[in-house]
Ligand binder design. Structure first.
Ligand SMILES: Cc1cc2nc3c(=O)[nH]c(=O)nc-3n(C[C@H](O)[C@H](O)[C@H](O)COP(=O)(O)OP(=O)(O)OC[C@H]3O[C@@H](n4cnc5c(N)ncnc54)[C@H](O)[C@@H]3O)c2cc1C
Length: 393
């Protein structure tokens, strides 16, 4: 069996390991510099309260891809969960994404879907023809009042820049619904693994041809021991940041506890600029099938990543894209390494996208010999502009 190394035991690394191991042709060693598997999806049961905590921020699984849903259900039982987010603003508490309830309550009206659509189209600024940035796109779509209440402060806190510096494309994809559907996602399937994401990933990795080495950073010198490497760490870290650092936003979580039900919902966004955090998540609500007396919440703050911080959201502003192009060229020159997952391709990706792309890559690799035909440099092209996550309310 040929020896393969995988850097990172998140979804990308674990699934690639499993697919290769199951083929019977490869012996896989998975390295992770952390002391646990599952990467940023790691969950841990809180000793004091019994609540299942999403250690690196709330993770809700959703997908419309049949094979992805079947794949994760092979390794875990999913509890039913629908993400319904609320927004605290200086005008009151509203339902997200912006929907008919939000619009009727915000404007004190009783509009039906057609009336609401006409009403919102009249709010938009008709002088903006080709929006050049996020703010112009918002003003064109919904006018100043909705933009200022729901988007301006939140976006500025999340990205640390004026919304005029962000691309218009971010907002083009944000849903505004003209019905009462407040399900945050449009996906066919949605849920949360009842035993947590870490148990799910542990089961994926539980195969006789897979060896997991935790607390061990994969360094390029180790490459010579393996016929191929799948690297799911930050692309620039593989090259020891020799061209500079790709920028990320990082998150700071401030934990606090309470009794009973602190906020009555799993996620509440705080849209005003003068509230320093972006949202509060109350983790027991991610497992509505469980009962706990105590409750654990996290205030979430966003800031630019400094060396030593964890990379969360790729910034992908113009200077990052220029640097990315150079790293992509280096990566394509690198022999016997494939860059995979959200960090390996410097894109914000939801779990189902990472899983889908990794399964697709495995299907492409398995019929080919890594030494004779070679395997692709990336699980997906990192170059196209990806929409940053949580760019707005
Ligand atoms: C705050 C937040 C909330 C999110 N919420 C959702 C959500 O609700 N729904 C959803 O679908 N997605 C969500 N996501 C996205 C989700 O976290 C990612 O899709 C998923 O983590 C990607 O898996 P991955 O394997 O690519 O990366 P990761 O999970 O980041 O795993 C990469 C692993 O590589 C390890 N590593 C890095 N470098 C090295 C090295 N040199 N050697 C060894 N190990 C290394 C790291 O320690 C890490 O464990 C969220 C992301 C964030 C940041």
């Amino acid at each position: 069996m040929k020896a393969i190394a995988i850097a990172g035991a998140g979804f990308a690394g674990a699934i690639m390991a499993r697919e290769l191991a199951e083929s019977g042709k490869y012996r896989v060693t998975v390295f992770d510099e952390r002391d646990h598997v599952a990467g940023n999806c790691h969950t841990v049961r809180d000793v004091a309260t019994g609540v299942m905590l999403h250690q690196y921020g709330p993770h809700i699984f959703h997908t419309s891809r049949e094979d992805v849903w079947q794949y994760v259900n092979r390794f875990a039982r999913f509890g039913p969960y629908t993400n319904r987010v609320k927004a605290v603003t200086r005008r009151g508490v509203f339902s997200l994404p912006l929907n008919l309830l939000t619009l009727n309550q915000f404007f004190g009206k009783q509009m039906n879907p057609t009336e609401a659509q006409e009403f919102v189209s009249r709010l938009g600024d008709p002088s903006i023809r080709e929006p050049r940035n996020f703010e112009e796109q918002a003003l064109k779509m919904m006018g100043r009042e909705l933009y200022a209440t729901f988007f301006y402060g939140y976006t500025k806190k999340q990205w640390g820049v004026e919304p005029t510096e962000l691309p218009a494309s971010i907002l083009q994809r944000l849903p505004m619904r003209f019905n009462y559907d407040d399900n945050y996602y449009n996906s066919k399937y949605q849920g949360i693994p009842v035993d947590g994401y870490t148990a799910l990933v542990e089961r994926i990795l539980d195969h006789r041809n897979i060896r997991v080495r935790l607390n061990e950073r994969f360094v390029p010198e180790l490459k010579r021991e393996f016929v191929h490497v799948f690297f799911s760490g930050p692309m620039d870290s593989f090259f020891e940041y020799r061209l500079g650092r790709l920028q990320y936003r990082t998150l700071v979580f401030e934990r606090f506890e309470d009794k009973g039900d602190y906020q009555g919902n799993s996620v509440i966004n705080y849209c005003d600029e003068d509230v320093p955090f972006t949202r509060i998540s109350e983790h027991k609500h991610f497992a509505p099938w469980e009962q706990h007396e105590g409750t654990v919440c996290f205030r979430e703050y966003s800031k630019l990543m400094a060396p030593g911080d964890l990379p969360y959201y790729p910034v992908r502003l113009a200077e990052d894209k220029a640097l990315l192009k150079q790293y992509v060229a280096l990566a394509r020159d690198e022999k016997r390494v494939s860059f995979i997952g959200r960090l390996g391709t410097y894109r914000y990706l939801d779990m189902h996208v990472v899983i889908g792309e990794t399964l697709d890559l495995a299907r492409e690799c398995l019929p080919r010999d890594p030494l004779r035909q070679g395997w692709p440099a990336f699980s997906a092209d990192p170059s196209p502009v990806a929409t940053p996550a949580r760019s707005a309310a």
